[in-house]
Design a protein around this ligand. Structure first.
Ligand code: NDP
Length: 338
C-alpha cells in the first residue's frame, strides 16, 4: 500500500521534500467485529486547507495538524472492497476523508458520502459534486445571498471553487468578474465559464484601478478566496450594504506573518456584511446540493475543468502546485482505476 506521509511540520512554503512516499503491507480486509470499511482509493483531492494541517499549531486549529510519519488524509473518491458497516457493501462508490494512499481502512464510515450519480466522471466528487462544489454553493447562496442584477467579484476564479461561483452567479442573473493568475486562466474564465469580464491580477500594477475599470458602479458581492492586497482593494470598491463571503485567504497560508488589512473602516462606512463560513457546517445539506448540481451539469448550465495528476507518487507535487497557481481548474490525483 503506497502512501504519502509528512516528514516534518512546515514553516513557510511547503516543498515536495516535506513529504515522502512510503510503502506498507496491509491486509485488504476489515478486522472481525469492526464496523470499519476497507476502500480502494480512486481519486485524491488537493485542497488549500491541507496547508494548515502541515503546520504545528500551539493552539488547536480548525482542523487537526498532520502528524509527521503518518499518512496524510484528504478528501477522495473510493470503492468499497469490504464492509463491516451495515450502511455499506462491497462495490459501493463513496467520497469523503480517506488516506493519501492506495487503500484505506475507514474506521468512521459514517463520515463518508455515497455517490448517487456514477454517470458523471467519478473525479467530479473531489470537485463540482464534492466539497468544493458545496463550498461554492453554500458560500454564494447562503452567505452572500445574491440577487439578480448584482455585481459579483470572485478571486482565484478559475480554481475548484471559483469557477463554480462564477457560473452560479451567471445562473442567478448577476454580472460577474473574476481574477486569476495567468492569461490562460483569464481566457478560460471568459470563454469557458461565462464570466462577463476577468483580469490577471499578477499583471495589474494597481488592483484598485483594475477593480474600478471592471466595476465602475462598485461591487455588491465579493467571494473571497485569497485575502491580502486583493481584499484591501476590494473593500475600497464595495457598494453600500455589500456582502463579502469569506471563503479562504490562500495568499496568507504560507506566510509566517500574515499581512494586515488597511481598509477595514470601509466595512463601517459602507455597512458591508463580512461573513465567514465553513463548508463542513453544510454537509447535512449535501444530498439536496448534489441533486441540484447534478441537474445543472446534465442541463449543460455548469461546466467543470479539472487538472488531473496521475499516480499516488505525484501527490506532493500536485498539492504544492496549488500554492503556486500551477493548477488550471480543480487539482486532483488519479490513483487507480475503478
Ligand atoms: P484553487 O483550485 O483555486 O487553487 C488555489 C489557487 O489559488 C491557485 O491555483 C492560485 O490561482 C491561487 N493562489 C495561490 N496562491 C495565491 C496567492 N498568493 N495570491 C492569490 N492567489 C493565489 O483552490 P480552491 O478553489 O480549492 O480553494 C479556493 C479558496 O477556497 C481557498 O482559499 C480555500 O482555502 C478556500 N476554501 C474554503 C472552504 C471553506 O469551507 N471555507 C472550503 C474549500 C476551500 P491563481 O493562478 O489564480 O493565483
Amino acid at each position: 500500500n503506497k502512501g504519502v506521509t509528512l516528514k516534518r511540520h512546515v514553516v513557510g512554503f511547503p516543498t515536495e521534500d516535506d513529504m515522502e512516499l512510503v510503502t506498507a503491507t496491509v491486509r485488504l480486509t476489515v478486522p472481525p467485529g469492526s464496523a470499519a470499511v476497507m476502500v480502494k482509493n480512486l481519486y485524491l483531492s488537493c485542497d488549500p486547507y491541507m496547508r494548515s494541517r502541515m503546520t504545528r499549531h500551539e493552539e488547536p486549529s480548525y482542523v487537526p495538524d498532520f502528524v509527521p510519519g503518518e499518512v496524510l488524509t484528504a478528501f477522495g473518491v473510493s470503492k468499497v472492497l469490504e464492509s463491516g458497516h451495515s450502511g455499506y457493501k462491497a462495490g459501493d462508490l463513496v467520497w469523503g476523508i480517506i488516506g493519501c494512499e492506495e487503500y484505506t481502512l475507514v474506521t468512521n464510515p459514517e463520515s463518508l458520502f455515497k455517490i448517487s450519480h456514477p454517470e458523471f466522471p467519478l473525479s467530479y466528487y473531489t470537485g463540482v459534486l464534492g466539497m468544493p462544489g458545496l463550498t461554492a454553493y453554500a458560500g454564494f447562496f447562503d452567505v452572500a445571498k445574491p440577487k439578480k442584477g448584482e455585481y459579483v467579484f470572485v478571486s482565484a476564479a478559475s480554481g475548484a471553487v471559483g469557477q463554480l461561483v462564477g457560473q452560479l452567479a451567471k445562473i442567478t442573473g448577476c454580472y460577474v468578474v473574476g481574477s486569476a493568475g495567468s492569461d490562460e486562466k483569464v481566457n478560460l474564465l471568459k470563454t469557458k465559464f461565462g464570466f462577463d469580464d476577468a483580469f490577471n491580477y499578477k499583471k495589474e500594477k494597481d488592483l484598485n484601478a483594475a477593480l474600478k475599470r471592471c466595476f465602475p458602479e462598485g461591487i455588491d458581492i465579493y467571494f473571497e478566496n485569497v485575502g491580502g492586497a486583493m481584499l484591501d482593494a476590494v473593500l475600497l470598491n464595495m457598494r453600500l450594504h455589500g456582502r463579502v463571503s469569506m471563503c479562504g485567504l490562500i495568499s496568507q497560508y504560507n506566510l509566517e506573518q500574515p499581512e494586515g488589512v488597511r481598509n477595514l473602516f470601509c466595512i463601517v462606512t459602507k455597512r458591508i456584511r463580512v461573513e465567514g463560513f465553513m463548508v463542513t457546517e453544510y454537509f447535512g445539506t449535501y444530498s439536496k446540493f448534489e441533486e441540484e448540481m447534478a441537474g445543472y451539469l446534465k442541463e449543460g448550465k455548469i461546466t467543470y475543468v479539472e487538472d488531473v495528476a496521475e499516480g499516488i507518487e505525484n501527490v506532493p507535487a500536485a498539492l504544492i502546485g496549488i500554492f503556486y497557481g500551477r493548477n488550471i481548474g480543480k487539482q486532483l490525483v488519479a490513483v487507480a482505476q475503478e
